[in-house]
Ligand binder design. Structure first.
Ligand SMILES: [Zn+2]
Length: 214
């Protein structure tokens, strides 16, 4: 079986998406990229995470062509492959419909740096306009909104996208940014919040850089 290790990771983290409350049912999707072979392992479309086995995980090339696997790949295939194609530092992608991130995406509120965990994404968490799910337009807009400046963004009226140097980092980012989205929402409800200064933000980003490389 091609990319066995990566397929096992997709299964493991798929279950974690449900157990940590980041997704309900079959929503959301995740992938791991193997730069050596140029192939990615991506969750199958519309399948229960607890019934998914490594054989169900689909292996595709970066054009989106299925190379191994009997299932249909996630409908958000483009959202994953564009980041592997265009960023050398990305090998894991997670997409969720977690509650507070989705609420903010419907409000079209980018998340300001009110809490240091924003550093998982960058200097803020940008929010892109709405595009139909599973479309190349959505993937291109997410890329435009993030490029190599951000590791996450809110997809307008939809949910959250997080990328990272590993699936584990992308997953942590999705989890911590859901917490941040909740904090930001309540902070706004309470009348505002104090943003970190540019200096404070740079210091946190520097720490995150060394933490990520450790
Ligand atoms: Zn979605």
């Amino acid at each position: 079986m091609l990319l066995q290790e990566q397929r096992e990771l997709v299964v493991e983290y798929g279950k974690k998406l449900v157990t940590t409350g980041l997704t309900d049912g079959t929503f959301g999707n995740l992938s791991v990229f193997d730069r050596e072979s140029g192939l990615m392992a991506i969750s199958p479309s519309g399948m229960d995470y607890f019934l998914t086995t490594p054989e169900d995980v689909v292996v595709t090339d970066l054009e989106g062509k299925v190379v191994d696997g009997k299932r249909k790949p996630s409908s958000e295939l483009d959202l994953h492959r564009l980041f592997y194609q265009r960023r050398q530092d990305v090998t894991g992608v997670v997409h969720t419909h977690s509650t507070f991130a989705t609420v903010l995406s419907c409000l079209r509120w980018p998340i300001e740096p009110v809490h240091y965990l924003v550093a998982y994404a960058g200097r803020q968490v940008p929010c892109i306009p709405y595009y139909p799910f599973g479309s190349l337009e959505l993937a291109e807009a997410a890329w435009e909104g993030m490029k190599d400046q951000y590791n996450a963004c809110l997809l307008g009226n939809h949910g959250l996208l997080a990328v990272g140097g590993s699936l584990s980092f992308a997953f942590d980012a999705a989890q911590q940014l859901e917490f941040l989205a909740k904090v930001y929402y309540y902070t706004k409800q309470a009348g505002g919040g104090i943003n970190l200064t540019a200096e404070e933000l740079e210091a946190v980003l520097g720490k995150f850089q060394s933490y990520r490389q450790a």
